[in-house]
Write a protein that binds this ligand. Structure first.
Ligand code: ZN
Length: 241
């Protein structure tokens, strides 16, 4: 028998050691600041050039693109490189799993990525750093270079639906895996909460690594409440042997 398929669902908590705060969680920065929340809410963003101007300034100052993967991201990539089949399902938009060495095709980004911009009209994409360079060169609200449409970060804003293809891929992996590790996610919002339930219903070994209790702790085979930066590498080393 081959190695079991390990699915890792990661939330904001895995990236805090990389200096990225929780933005979109139930107690995240955006939820606590109505003005900031508007900048990442589709309806406001599309309807108001001033909101877009401020959103670009926020992206320009955001340090997510400069962040480095931490020990937890590296441990996930090392597990995959050891030959264990690993798939990552992430709520994060920072791209740090891939920077740590996870192949992009094995990372499902539920909320998209902050490293890319996408046109809301023709869906053309471009690197975020190019758009930021245009803002720094004086464009308040750089339009799509293909069609002139409104550009946004390739992330799922509040008021936007998750990509159904991405979501169904996440569900398929959750049903297929033998081990499901939820790390750094409060498991309080969809789709993360639903995925944890699917994993448990399908008989996967459910392991939860999170600083705070989650609604799924009593369904878990194992709950780890230690710092992710040390707890996850230790846990994954156990799986790789
Ligand atoms: Zn376009």
């Amino acid at each position: 028998m081959g190695s079991p398929l390990v699915a890792i669902l990661s939330g904001a908590g895995i990236s805090t050691d990389s200096g990225i705060p929780d933005y979109r969680g139930p107690n995240g920065l955006w939820r606590r600041d109505p003005e900031a929340e508007k900048l990442v809410t589709y309806e406001y963003y599309m309807g108001d050039p001033e909101i877009r101007r401020r959103a670009w300034q926020m992206r320009r100052k955001n340090r997510t693109l400069q962040a480095e993967p931490n020990a937890a991201h590296l441990a996930v990539a090392e597990l995959e490189q050891s030959g264990v089949p690993v798939r990552v399902i992430t709520q994060n938009v920072d791209g740090l799993h891939q920077l740590a060495g996870m192949p992009a095709r094995k990372v499902i980004e539920l909320h998209g990525t902050a490293r890319t911009v996408a046109c809301t009209q023709c869906h053309a994409t471009a690197p975020m750093e190019n758009a930021i360079a245009r803002v720094e060169a004086g464009e308040d609200d750089p339009p799509c270079q293909e069609c002139g449409g409104i550009l946004k970060s390739a992330t799922v804003m509040f008021g936007e639906r998750l990509d159904p293809v991405v979501l169904s891929e996440a569900v398929a992996i959750t049903k297929a895996c033998q081990v499901f590790i939820a790390v750094g996610s409060s498991l309080q919002v969809q789709p993360a909460a639903g995925l944890a339930a699917v994993a448990a219903d399908h008989g996967a070994r459910l392991i939860i690594v999170n600083a705070e209790p989650t609604p799924y702790d009593d369904r878990a085979d194992e709950v780890v409440r230690e710092p992710i930066g040390t707890a996850l590498p230790a846990l994954l080393r156990r799986l790789s042997t």
